[in-house]
Write a protein that binds this ligand. Sequence first.
Ligand SMILES: Cc1ncc(COP(=O)(O)O)c(C=O)c1O
Length: 431
Amino acid sequence: MPSPLDTTKSAAVFAAAQNLMPGGVSSPVRAFKSVGGAPVVFDRVQGAYAWDIDGNQYVDYVGSWGPAICGHAHPQVIAVLSTALAKGTSFGAPSVLENTLAEMVIEAVPSVEMVRFVNSGTEACMSVLRLMRAFTGREKIIKFSGCYHGHADMFLVQAGSGVATLGLPDSPGVPKSTTIQTLTAPFNNLEAVAALFDQYPDQIAGVILEPVVGNAGFIVPDQEFLSGLRQLTKVQGALLVFDEVMTGFRIAYGGAQAKFGVTPDLTTLGKVIGGGLPVGAYGGRREIMEWVAPAGPVYQAGTLSGNPLAMTAGIATLEILRQPGTYEYLETITQSLIQGLLTLAEHHGHALWGGSISGMFGFFFQPGPVHSYEEAKHSDLDKFRRFHRGMLEAGVYLAPSQFEAGFTSLAHTQADVQQTLAAADQVLANL
Ligand SMILES: Cc1ncc(COP(=O)(O)O)c(C=O)c1O
């Protein structure tokens, strides 16, 4: 095994953080609870790399959980941000920048004819849910087990394996009354969704899903599942919502809906469109979006929404992404990584199932196939934990959970991938 890194300073800062912030972090997964051991504390990020405060360098496959698709601190993004900064940090008034980013999103994402900017993916999803309910006059929604749509009450529902599990809150503090209208079904199971529509005729406002799941590991949809959902929701007078907070501008410039050729009614976005600053968005058909205040009666607002720095970073990021060859590069680099890992695992006698689309990938320590969260849960979590720690020690920063997708960027090179695979070879040999 590689020799342990010196992480003395990280350990001290994280120990202090635990007295200052719950669990020592601003967002739970960062605390490494599911893989054990202390997290490393970042000092700076650049390109494909992150450095901790002890000076250790890592090849970073988390990319701030998705936004860093051009590579961290891309010079073009930093340059326009510096100029924008001199004009002020927040306007709280209309700006040309909002028009520009809105036009870029509308042009790129097939379902989006109008868009509203917010500050996070959570906000985008909770707002879209209000809009779905208002537009249809129905209250129930269907989500899929293992899909994450932010931390709003209505989405925090036990991801039970049973079909038609009536929403039991996943967290204390979430009233049963807010999740009672949330129905769940297993991903890639169209029959389960059809059964829910049969069980609750004219009561379901719509279906929301991660079109490619990244919050239960990496799970690819069957084409028939997505097409079937499109048809079923149409027949039932319900809305189809793609939560593309993770997949938007990541697996294709037009997101999963462009990649799979299935156009939902509404779409949520986040991560990439903010270029590393806090942004979310929701958009869709004009006749639905015109229900949003002040054009329509559905209230939703935000002091910092459309923030000029965030809009600037988003515009610069999309300008880089829309250059020819971008997604082909991401596809090639990510496939080298995941195919290399699968080959090494087989060589060392470990069952590993994995895949990638463009700059998004995942792998499970199990033979697979994995079509749903229910199947993902059969993975060997202890093996993942030991693999994760070994890779970290070898200078590779992977998402600290078996149930999170990984990300590459335009800054990752074949040399980075080869370095990663050399580390994996060692770690897998000793698992
Ligand atoms: C698919 C999806 N939806 C919503 C969210 C919530 O976004 P945020 O963390 O910006 O609130 C996430 C976050 O990872 C996500 O992956």
